[in-house]
Write a protein that binds this ligand. Sequence first.
Ligand code: 6SG
Length: 211
Amino acid sequence: MPGKYTLVYFPVRGRGEATRLLLADQGQQWTEDVVTGEIWQKGDLKKSCLFGQLPKFQDGDFVLYQSNAILRHLARNHGLYGENAREATLLDMVNDGVEDMRLKYVRLIYQNYDAGKAEYIEALPGQLRPFETLLAQNDGGKGFIVGKKISFVDYNLLDILHLHLVLAPDCLASFPLLAGYVQRLNNRPQLKAYLESDARKQRPINGNGKQ
Ligand code: 6SG
């Protein structure tokens, strides 16, 4: 059903990219409604948004806000929420771990980049280790973060790992399972095509030019 999904967001990876990775890998078509700083600063769109923020997501006439709720909605639509209740709970747990990491990353990028980057990178192994541990506990780390199938959390985790590989290119050197995981996911045919697309390559990572 082409045209069913619309992502309304700034022209950055930001809190839209995990959704884009999911949609691309699942072979879904979607429309990008790009909101520039100029449009946003007019204020009308902000006023119309439930929490005054983007991303906004439309699934037909169903309008959604909050990036993690958008991921979960798509997970329910496309069978990306685990194979049973226990896996779904584990996925919630891991997604909260990714969210904690994203909040720290966003704080660094938008509030403390120059003064905080060295300390942030020093603390990074402690942030990444839980995900290496999770992989090790799931079939020796040869597959996905939870269970035997890809889930919405894999796309969110992949995005946060992509961001950190730009911030600190060697950050996975001592995490072989995570390094292999990124390579494996990056090579899934539909993800690979998306990652190599002009739209992805030309899209800035963050809204302030820092990365
Ligand atoms: C910013 O924080 O892109 N939304 C952001 N900012 C604008 O007026 N809990 C929810 C969620 O998970 C958090 C939403 C999130 O969905 S994301 C938002 O709406 C506001 O609050 C980071 C991002 N930043 C790009 C940006 C926005 C404002 C300054 C830089 C676009 C570029 C320049 C102006 C507008 Fe810009």
